[in-house]
Design a protein around this ligand. Structure first.
Ligand SMILES: Cc1cc2nc3c(=O)[nH]c(=O)nc-3n(C[C@H](O)[C@H](O)[C@H](O)COP(=O)(O)OP(=O)(O)OC[C@H]3O[C@@H](n4cnc5c(N)ncnc54)[C@H](O)[C@@H]3O)c2cc1C
Length: 529
C-alpha cells in the first residue's frame, strides 16, 4: 500500500492551500486527491469563458424542491477538478466583514476573531495595489483590479453614488460598506484559481503526489484514528495510508458526505443507509447556510452591455481574439464586475445585503439563453437565518448528496431580501443607468409586499456560497474544534467552507483559502507536540 505523511482530500480552494503549504518545503510526503481533472485549459484560464464552466468541471448539483421557493428545485454548481469551485467561480475577491469573524470568536471559536484571521488573508494574497495593514503583496494568490469593465458597470457605481450611497474602492480594507468595482482573483488577464496559486508551482516536486480523477470513497479509521483513505481510480478501489493525518477539504457538500460514508454523522441516518456508525455526530451535514439571492434584470435599447445577439456575438468573437493575443479586454470579465454592501435593516450589526452587478441579462444562472442586451443585479441576504441539511442519497461516493438549503424558511430572510430588491430597483433605475434605455424584465409593484414576495419565491436561488455543514465550535456537538480537528477522532482535520459556524457577509473563496492557510499551521503545530 502506498503511504504518505499527509493526505489532503479535495483540491479546491482550501485543499489546494493546505496541500501546497504542507508540501512546499519538501520535508513531508503529501498526497492531494482530487475527483476531477487538472483544469489547466483555456476555458478555465480565460475569465470570460466562465459560462461554459457552468457546464464543465462542475458537479451541477440540484437541491430538493424548496418550499420557500414555491416548490422549485434549486441549482448548486460546484467546481470539480483542481482549483475546485475557484476554477469555475466569478473570481470576486471578498473576505466578509470584521463583524463575522469577531462573531465566530464570540460563539466560542477561539483564535478566529478578525484580528486573528487577517494575517492569514494577507499571507495568502498578492494584491497588485501592494501591501498595507489590510493587504498582502507577497502571497501566492493574485488579486487584481479588473483590466476592463463594461461602461454599464461604471454607470452602476455612479447610480449608487447618485442616490448618496457611498462608493468604496476597497471592500476588504477598513470599511466594507459602499459600492464599487470588485477586485478579482486574476493575474495578467487570466483566472487565478487556488490550484494555480498553491499547487501548480510545485506540482513536480518529488514529495508531492497530485492525483487527479481519484474519487475518495471513505476514510479508513482504526482505533479512534484516521489512518488512510479508500479511493476509487479507474474503476478499482484501493487504500492509501496517511502516517500523520488526513485533511478533508471536499467542500460544503462533499465533506459531510465523505464523513457520513465513513460512519461519522447522524446515527439514525447512517443506519438507514446500512453504514456502521463510528461516531454519532448529528451536526455533520446540518447547519447548511447559503446566500439566497434574487436577480433583477433589465433589457436595454443600448448594445453597450453584453448580449447574445448577432452584434453581441461578433463583439465577443473579437474580444476572444484580443484576449488570445494580449490577455486584455472584455474576455477578462468576471461578469460580476461591480457591486456593493449596504445595510437595509435598522438593527443589523454590519451590511446585510450584497449586490453583484452583471453587464448582461442573466436568467436561471445563465442556463437560459436570452437574445438581448441588458444588465442584471443580484441582491443576496448576507447572514441568513434559515438552516438546511446535506444528507446521503446513496452509500455510493459517486452519487450526489441530498441537498436541502431550506431557503427562505425563516421569514427574517425574506424581509432582508425584499428590502434588498427594492434598493436594487432604485439603483438600477437611477439617472446614470437611464442612458442605456433599460426595460424591467420582471415588473412588479414594489410597494406590494405580497406581489414582491411571490416574485422572489418564483425566481430566487443561491449565489453559490454554501457553508456550515461541518461546523467549528467549542461545544462537544461541533464537528471540528477551533484547530479544525475532528471532535472525537485523531488524525483528521476538516478545512473548507463547511467549517464556517456562520456564513460570512460576502463571497466565500477568499475565506475558504484563509481556512486552508490556517489549517496548515494547525497541522504543523500538532507535529511539534
Ligand atoms: C458558480 C460559482 C461562482 C462563485 N463565485 C464566487 C466569487 O466570485 N467569489 C468568491 O469568493 N466565491 C465564489 N464562489 C464560491 C467559492 O468559489 C467557494 O465557496 C469556494 O471555492 C469553496 O471552497 P472549498 O475549498 O470549500 O470547496 P471547493 O473549492 O468546491 O473544493 C472541493 C473539491 O473537493 C473535490 N472533491 C469533492 N468530493 C471529492 C471526493 N469524494 N474525492 C475527491 N475529491 C473530491 C471537488 O472535486 C473539489 O475540487 C462561487 C462558487 C460557484 C460554484
Amino acid at each position: 500500500m502506498e503511504s504518505f505523511d499527509y493526505i489532503v482530500i479535495g483540491g479546491g480552494s482550501a485543499g489546494s492551500a493546505v496541500a501546497g503549504r504542507l508540501a512546499v518545503d519538501g520535508t513531508r510526503r503529501v498526497c492531494l486527491l482530487e475527483a476531477g481533472g487538472r483544469n489547466d485549459n483555456i476555458l478555465v484560464k480565460t475569465p470570460g469563458f466562465m459560462p461554459f464552466l457552468l457546464k464543465n468541471a462542475n458537479y451541477r448539483f440540484e437541491t430538493v424542491p424548496q418550499k420557500g421557493l414555491n416548490g422549485r428545485v434549486g441549482y448548486q454548481p460546484r467546481g470539480r477538478g483542481l482549483g475546485g469551485s475557484s476554477a469555475i467561480n466569478a473570481m470576486v475577491y471578498i473576505r466578509g466583514n470584521r463583524w463575522d469573524y469577531d462573531n465566530w470568536a464570540a460563539l466560542g471559536c477561539t483564535g478566529w476573531a478578525y484580528d486573528d484571521v487577517l494575517p492569514y488573508f494577507r499571507r495568502a494574497e498578492a494584491n497588485e495595489r501592494g501591501g498595507d495593514d489590510f493587504h498582502g503583496a507577497g502571497g501566492p494568490l493574485f488579486v487584481e483590479d479588473q483590466k476592463y469593465a463594461n461602461p454599464t458597470s461604471h454607470a452602476f457605481v455612479d447610480a449608487a453614488a447618485a442616490l448618496q450611497l457611498r462608493t468604496n474602492s476597497d471592500f476588504n480594507g477598513a470599511r466594507q460598506e459602499g459600492f464599487g468595482l470588485y477586485q478579482v482573483t486574476q493575474h495578467k488577464g487570466e483566472r487565478w484559481s487556488a490550484a494555480r496559486a498553491y499547487v501548480e508551482p510545485i506540482r513536480e516536486q518529488g514529495n508531492f503526489a497530485v492525483r487527479n480523477n481519484t474519487l475518495v470513497e471513505k476514510l479508513v479509521i482504526e482505533d479512534g484514528r484516521v489512518t488512510g483513505v479508500q479511493i476509487r481510480r479507474g474503476g478499482k478501489s484501493e487504500t492509501l495510508l496517511a502516517r500523520r493525518g488526513v485533511v478533508l477539504s471536499a467542500g460544503a457538500f462533499n465533506s459531510p458526505q465523505i464523513l457520513m460514508l465513513s460512519g461519522i454523522g447522524p446515527a439514525e441516518h447512517l443506519k438507514a443507509h446500512r453504514i456502521d456508525v463510528v461516531l454519532d455526530k448529528p451536526a455533520v451535514g446540518s447547519d447548511l447556510q447559503d446566500h439566497i439571492d434574487y436577480v433583477s434584470g433589465w433589457e436595454t435599447d443600448s448594445d453597450v452591455p453584453l448580449g447574445q445577439t448577432l452584434k453581441g456575438t461578433l463583439k465577443m468573437a473579437a474580444a476572444i481574439l484580443e484576449h488570445r493575443r494580449k490577455r486584455t479586454g472584455t474576455m477578462t470579465t468576471p461578469y460580476a464586475e461591480a457591486g456593493g454592501f449596504w445595510t437595509v435593516m435598522p438593527d443589523s450589526p454590519a451590511p446585510d445585503v450584497q449586490w453583484h452587478f452583471v453587464p448582461a441579462v442573466l436568467e436561471d444562472h445563465g442556463r437560459e439563453k436570452v437574445k438581448a442586451h441588458g444588465f442584471s443585479l443580484h441582491a443576496c441576504v448576507l447572514r441568513p437565518e434559515s438552516r438546511g441539511t446535506v444528507r446521503l442519497g446513496s452509500p455510493d461516493a459517486a452519487a450526489a448528496p441530498v441537498i436541502d438549503p431550506n431557503f427562505l424558511d425563516d421569514e427574517r430572510d425574506m424581509a432582508v431580501l425584499r428590502a434588498g430588491v427594492r434598493l436594487s430597483h432604485r439603483i438600477a433605475e437611477a439617472p446614470p443607468m437611464q442612458a442605456f434605455g433599460p426595460k424591467d424584465r420582471h415588473p412588479v409593484d414594489l410597494n406590494d409586499d405580497a406581489a414582491l414576495d411571490d416574485l422572489i419565491r418564483s425566481r430566487a436561488d443561491t449565489v453559490y456560497h454554501p457553508v456550515g455543514t461541518c461546523r467549528m465550535g467549542a461545544d462537544a456537538d461541533a464537528v471540528v474544534d477551533s484547530t479544525l480537528k475532528l471532535n472525537g477522532l485523531d488524525g483528521l482535520w476538516v478545512a473548507d467552507a463547511s467549517i464556517m459556524p456562520r456564513l460570512v457577509s460576502g463571497n466565500t473563496n477568499a475565506p475558504s483559502i484563509m481556512i486552508g492557510e490556517r489549517c496548515t499551521d494547525f497541522v504543523m503545530a500538532a507535529e511539534r507536540r
